[in-house]
Design a binder for this molecule. Structure first.
Ligand code: GAL
Length: 873
């Protein structure tokens, strides 16, 4: 007995000492459990290399302010181990710094190591050198692959452990992921699937992180083996040391949680009732492809999907992406993934909160957290309130009660009876009732303000506007064809990725053909696996062809002119981001694999050049010379600036430099005027540009009906315009003056037409109707006083030192239009403008209740709303 007491005392003392330093993370049927407490966790994806370290603290703070508890990131293997055994964790690759910053902000981290990540990232995150390991097969039961995957995973886990970043060590990492959506493709891998999928599961758990691992979209993720902790029955929080002492092996005991990815995951159930219902990717929009229109997802639908998930038993939800950012360098996957990875995320590519999205989700997170006590205590009970209408109730023994009422119908609003009260439920919406009585939020009723953005455009060479524009540019012509003495000669056509090892987007294929007698005019026919090619005959561009994101393959057919004697055929094949998704995606290949033919030569026959002797050059001469940093002595500016000429390097310089726009607003280069290529600012690649790749003319809608299931092609904008004309230039990469901009223009363009766009905030607007619930943050005062407020319109200037300087529009009645285009409707109160001006001007923020007493009733019996547009200064 004495021993038991002594052991218990030691355990309790140890528990207190260690609980200060470390958190014990596990899970049960309802939730992720941190230090013995089930948690409702709201998470968001921010990929560290898609912004700069200078942006990280602000992005993390904005995530926290938006109501997130967790930041999720992938780990990008090819970024950290570009050459086998040579690691890089500097600058944008400083994973440890990123994780620490999240921890310092008081948030948790979900580290999705993968190391296959998909993510619209080059080659899905795999280093290209894997491809060259003899006998390797990726993502299957293959020893050489497993050896490398284990080595990298262990390396990352060790790094995190050394820095004490796991929650079990007092750090912020509460979850890790191994593999990524293998379940979506594994049927293609045949018999090797079963042994393979067990392997990462046990390999990962053997690394003893002390926190749970997840496998997303893996319905056969292995079940826990060994001892499983039933946390419901544990009263005292247990630390890792105590668990070791008690011989309870948490890391091995907490094997893989299978989680859901998708636009909706409310119907998902994990593969064991010992695992919580978790959603690792709720796509907040979709990614942009060169040649595609810009996808967006209405916040009413996104909020609906989240509320449905929590309504139906979910307790962990992650936005993919919360900040999408930018695919700098050649990091975008593909093929044809654009440089912007904005994703219509709640924080936009430039790091600015995207309103109304960010604000409405913030309100939603508050509403869900008001239900936390009831949510974690029990499973919901559901009742039908009619066709498409459902109520889910979470009720605890101690009297806490939260309810979610939903209308999943896509056309009709409904009025439902619940607990003796009547509630109006718009189509495709969820109402949240933290006390089972009062609605704190309806997902289709947005209280959040909206902020428009303006662009101030400035020519890149404005700083020297008085000088002749041409004097600010210098250039170097990239030679057509083989210019490198290391070129290789081979019979037949080579696959591109195996040849270049992705050291460059470009591979030259050169051959020649002799013509005897009269010149002919055959058709040049070239087949390529992708992604694009330019054909030069005797040094002149004869034609170009590109694949697209739906079909990367290229078939060029071009009439050409051959001269008597020797004719050179130089084919420049190029990739636009390597494939990142699909079974065996790594084997897709690229480049000119043939046939290459001359059709209809003068004697009427086709000549197949495919098995000719071809000379190959990997990459461009300018890449070898390191032109991208601008320091070469070979730049020339002593004759007319070449325009619309393919294969030209340009350097922008008012003699040697240009000035960046003043201030701290984010900057972007408007590349209109150029064709396709890559751009560098002070030696840093801002990514591939391609403003001449235009989105289809049709398929877009300015306002997309949020009601009904969303898909990646449902809501598109920007039809008929360049898929991407603005390219983010992070502030941290520019200096006030003395910057160097280098461009490699592949197709031909006029660099003097490009300009700097500085993003500045536009107007601040809000539009609230009489049927909106009061703002979520008024719940506390209601809970204390029992006094209910009606709907309230709120405005707040986004920057700390700003106040509302003018009211550009105010209407109480039936106003129409959107922010920037509001107009009065059939009825409007004459008092509205004066009331709003009085309440708001000179203040940082203001709130105006929507009461008919205040505004007068301009049209009795008609549903009214208040719309306001203001300016902050
Ligand atoms: C998922 C994948 C992510 C990302 C997403 C689309 O299937 O896991 O990495 O590619 O699709 O943006």
């Amino acid at each position: 007995m004495r021993t038991i007491v002594a052991v218990s005392v030691v355990l309790v003392v140890l528990s207190f000492a260690l609980s200060v330093l470390s958190a014990n993370v596990t899970y049960d049927h309802r939730a992720v459990v941190i230090d013995g407490k089930r948690r409702v966790l709201i998470s968001g994806s921010i990929h560290y290399p898609r912004s700069t370290p200078e942006m990280w603290p602000d992005l993390i703070q904005k995530s926290k302010d938006g109501g997130l508890d967790v930041i999720e990131t992938y780990v990008f293997w090819n970024l950290h181990e570009p050459v086998q055994n040579q690691y890089d964790f500097e600058g944008r690759k400083d994973l440890v710094k990123f994780v620490k910053l999240v921890g310092e902000a008081g948030m948790y981290v979900h580290l999705r190591i993968g190391p296959y990540v998909c993510a619209e990232w080059n080659y899905g995150g795999f280093p290209i050198w894997l491809h060259f390991i003899p006998g390797i097969e990726l993502r299957t039961d293959n020893e050489p692959f497993k050896k490398e995957m284990q080595k990298f995973t262990a390396k990352i886990v060790d790094m995190m452990k050394q820095e004490k970043l796991y929650a079990s060590q007092g750090g912020p990492i509460i979850l890790s992921q191994i593999e990524n959506e293998y379940g979506n493709v594994n049927s293609a891998y045949g018999a090797a699937v079963k042994p393979y999928i067990k392997w990462p599961a046990s390999m990962a758990t053997s690394l003893d992180t002390g926190v749970p691992w997840v496998m997303c979209q893996q319905s056969d993720a292995p079940d826990p083996v060994g001892k499983i902790l039933q946390f419901q029955s544990i009263a005292v929080p247990l630390t890792s040391l105590m668990l070791t002492f008690l011989n309870i092996d948490t890391s091995r005991g907490t094997l893989q949680i299978n989680t859901c990815n998708g636009f909706y995951c409310d119907q998902f159930t994990p593969n064991s009732d010992k695992k919580p219902k978790m959603w690792t990717e709720n796509w907040t929009g979709w990614f942009l492809s060169f040649g595609g229109a810009v996808p967006y997802r209405p916040v009413e639908d996104l909020a609906f999907s989240v509320a449905r998930f929590f309504q139906r038993g979910g307790t962990f939800q992650n936005y993919y992406m919360y900040h999408g950012g930018t695919n700098f360098d050649r990091s975008s996957g593909g093929p044809f993934i654009a440089t912007s990875y904005d994703y219509d995320a709640p924080i936009d590519e430039y790091g600015i909160v995207r309103q109304r999205k960010w604000g409405h989700l913030k309100d939603l997170h508050k509403a869900i957290k008001l239900c936390e006590e009831a949510l974690i205590a029990t499973d919901p009970t559901s009742t039908s309130l009619g066709p498409n209408l459902e109520a889910h109730v979470y009720k605890t023994g101690s009297g806490a009660c939260a309810a979610f009422l939903s209308n999943v119908g896509t056309t009709s609003d409904a009025t439902v009876n619940f607990n003796g009260n009547s509630y109006q439920l718009p189509a495709w919406s969820v109402s949240i009732l933290p006390d089972c009585k009062n609605v704190v939020l309806n997902t289709a009723k947005v209280n959040s303000q909206v902020m428009t953005a303006n662009y101030r455009i400035q020519s890149v060479d404005d700083s020297v506007a008085v000088q002749a524009v041409q004097s600010t540019w210098s250039w170097i012509n990239e030679p057509v064809g083989i210019s490198n003495s290391n070129a290789i000669v081979k019979p037949g056509l080579l696959e591109q990725i195996s040849t270049t090892a992705d050291h460059s987007d470009y591979l030259w294929y050169s051959t020649s053909i002799g013509v005897q007698g009269k010149a002919g005019s055959p058709v040049l026919h070239v087949n390529s696996l992708g992604h694009g090619l330019h054909a030069f005959i005797n040094g002149k561009l004869a034609g170009s062809a590109f694949g697209n994101s739906g079909n990367a393959k290229v078939a060029l057919e071009k009439p050409i002119t051959l001269l008597p004697g020797k004719n050179t055929i130089d084919l420049l094949s190029l990739t636009v981001g390597l494939q990142n998704y699909g079974a065996f995606y790594d084997k897709t290949g690229a480049g000119i694999t043939g046939p290459v033919k001359l059709k209809g030569t003068k004697n009427g026959t086709d000549i197949d050049l495919s098995s000719n002797s071809w000379t190959y050059q990997i990459g461009l001469k300018g890449e070898d010379l390191g032109l991208s940093d601008g320091s070469s002595s070979q730049w020339v500016s002593n004759s007319a600036l070449p325009k619309n000429q393919p294969l030209t390097w340009y350097k922008c310089a008012a003699i040697t430099t240009f000035d960046a726009p003043a201030g701290s607003d984010p900057t972007a280069l408007d590349m209109t005027g150029l064709g396709k290529g890559e751009a560098w600012v002070n030696g840093q690649s801002i990514g591939r540009y391609w403003p001449t790749n235009i989105a289809p003319q049709s398929g877009c809608s300015d306002s997309c009906n949020f009601r009904g299931p969303f898909s990646s092609s449902k809501c598109l904008k920007n039809c008929g315009k360049p898929s991407q004309k603005l390219y983010h230039v992070p502030r941290a990469w520019t200096k006030p003056s003395g910057n160097t901009l280098v461009l490699f223009e592949e197709i031909g363009g006029d660099p003097t037409l490009i300009s700097f766009g500085t993003r500045e905030q536009g107007s601040l607007c809000s539009h609230v109707s009489e049927s909106h619930p009061p703002p979520v943050d008024m719940w506390d005062s209601y809970a204390k006083t029992g006094i209910k407020s009606g709907p309230v319109l709120q405005l707040e200037c986004p920057l700390p030192d700003q106040t509302i300087s003018s009211i550009n529009f105010a209407s109480f009645g039936t106003p129409r239009g959107a922010c920037g285009t509001y107009s009065h409707g059939r009825c409007s109160s004459p008092r509205a403008l004066a009331i709003v001006q009085k309440a708001c001007i000179g203040s940082k923020s203001c709130r105006i209740g929507l009461s008919a007493e205040k505004f007068g009733d301009p049209c009795k019996g008609v549903a009214k709303s208040l719309a306001v547009e203001a300016t902050c200064a």
